[in-house]
Design a binder for this molecule. Sequence first.
Ligand code: TRP
Length: 369
Amino acid sequence: MGEVRLDPWGHFAIERYEKLFKQFGIQPIDNVIDKLPVKHYFFTRKIVFGHRDFDKWIDALKKGEKVAVLTGFMPSGHTHLGHLMVIEELRYLQSLGAHVKIVVADAEAYAVRRKSRREVIEYGVEYIAHALAWGLDPEKTEFYFQTAHTTPYYRLIQMFSRKVTIAEMEAIYGKLEPSKIMAALTQAADILHMQLEEYGGYKYILVPVGADQDPHIRLSRDIADRFENELGLRRPSSFYHKFIRGLDGNKMSSSHPDYAVFLLDTPETVKRKVLMALTGGRATAYEQRRLGGVPEKCVVYELYMYFLYNRDEDLYKLYRDCVEGRILCGEDKRRAVKLLNDLLKKHRRKYKEVVNSGLPSRVVKVPSF
Ligand code: TRP
């Protein structure tokens, strides 16, 4: 027992995430946590593990400057718990007083995934309804589809194309096709456009994203430097979260629906999925009691850490009960099913209200095809 490190916030792949610091100059989140006016558990648990210039953005927020948050998602499937992480981050940042804007990356989804336009649009509308149901304020949140924005935004994409080279983009992204070049420049316009007067003139932009999106942040920061004089652009800030894993232990994704928890999954489906999830349990109950489990391996523990246990004391107790062999996986899973279904039931009720009120299309211009 003495060898078990009691670190409930530890993550199975923290080493891999830490490599990003050295290799790409992402800053560890630790130094910024104390600056946060309200400390969300995503930060204290290191689910959000790194950032670029987030400290500058917090300073601006505290000084009462106009600050905004811009993030986006690719509508290539139904909304799942991975998406909900970003929505929760946005809810939190909005509660601190930031202006929030969400882009539905329908152009990107069409270009890089094999989906029809109709599907992509439907998934986009679904996501917006979830964001509003989760508590984003419809009066204070802006939404747009990449294919249905206004002229100055598109002009930016065209202007950006002049000041980047293929060699430089391939150094960031690897081999590129036209679709991906378009998607990358479009994402740079997403990230930078709110700085234009037409879009509010927000000079402090924060982009909360999964770690895989950092290439886009790097490109956008380079582009901002090059358009400092011509357009008055400044570098955006960003922070990065770890991915919530799917129930098989790989990244949660709608392309592996059996291992993802979708926000509209029925209680029975949630139960079926969670009961078969990968845990850090031992081969037998006897061994589990003797040796304890390995929460770092366990995706059910991850559900508790990301969504089910907001109080650190509860999570810490669960961690200890597991590593010290006092709780077995079956019991742990049944409790997770109950908590997750309670959470989703409440959310689904709100979701229905939002949809019935016709809200998504009142706050976003839905593309016609
Ligand atoms: N590329 C992002 C994804 O795959 C979606 C996206 C488009 C985005 N534009 C953005 C994310 C701007 C953050 C900021 O999910």
